[in-house]
Design a protein around this ligand. Sequence first.
Ligand SMILES: Nc1nc2c(ncn2[C@@H]2O[C@H](COP(=O)(O)OP(=O)(O)OP(=O)(O)O)[C@@H](O)[C@H]2O)c(=O)[nH]1
Ligand SMILES: [Zn+2]
Length: 301
Amino acid sequence: MSNNKDFVARVIATHGKHSFVEDKTGKIFEAIRRGKKKDVVVGDLVKCKQSSDEQVAIESVEERKSLLYRSDEFRTKPLAANIDQVALVFATRPTYNPRFIWKAILAAETANIPMLIIRNKSDITEDDNQVRPFIDQLKELGCSIIEVSATAYPKETEEKLFPLFEHRITLLIGQSGMGKSTILNLLVKDAEQKTQEYSKALNLGKQTTTSTRWFQFGNDGAIVDSPGFQEFGLAHLTLNDIMRGFPEIKERVEYCRFTNCRHLEEPQCAVKAAVENHDIDPERYALYKELAEETLKPKNY
Ligand SMILES: Nc1nc2c(ncn2[C@@H]2O[C@H](COP(=O)(O)OP(=O)(O)OP(=O)(O)O)[C@@H](O)[C@H]2O)c(=O)[nH]1
Ligand SMILES: [Zn+2]
């Protein structure tokens, strides 16, 4: 890269006020964003000017195709930009949390990003009967599901997943212990080595486990691994977004007494009736109610 010329690079990590970008040749630079320091996120394409051998200044951020948020107990922040697909890994051991999965589906859907669900550890066949209704429900919600066993059938797993990951930018998520790292290592052979290189380049030491990482996958794909996050941020969603994100609610709205029914305290609500009859999963309704009520609270910021 010649000095002083603008070039486009990918943000591959952010850490506090620092971010790191990778150019087309694979060289990593520390990036300084003057002024608005917080507005770049992993996955962003940015226009840079080289300021030294190892540093660039970010001049501007290219328009994003998509943006996902994560949240912790304190706030919601951007997680990754320009993602084409979210791949969620779950397994029956340790037990999965359906709410985590439903919230991820909602986050992806409202960001217009397709979702791929990977059921891992399918070698534990004793759990099949228990998990089948949940898998059927996910299919009804419109998710693509693939079942694999990353340790018992690694080659088959790789063959099944490869075509679903190539040519795309995939955000890989999952609760702890579901086999996400095992799957990442199957797909990206040098993932562990890359992780070490990152922590050296970023001078993160032990903090690597909390940072989002970008792994190139072929020429035009990538896997973004985000080990530290617990929940997708949904605080920016409106009540309408949430209603639209629950197909079983959306399809019953026309049978509610009030056309603007929120399905909370309103009388003659077709949704609540369906919950009472168990035509709607009460746990899904409980999540709806919680998220809907959250949007109705006055915001204190
Ligand atoms: N039986 C079985 N065990 C698996 C399978 N895939 C992964 N495991 C095991 O599950 C455990 C967790 O796997 P990891 O890949 O470390 O899980 P992770 O989701 O990255 O977990 P964190 O590192 O906590 O985020 C390990 O002991 C794996 O060997 C599988 O297909 N079948
Ligand atoms: Zn209603």
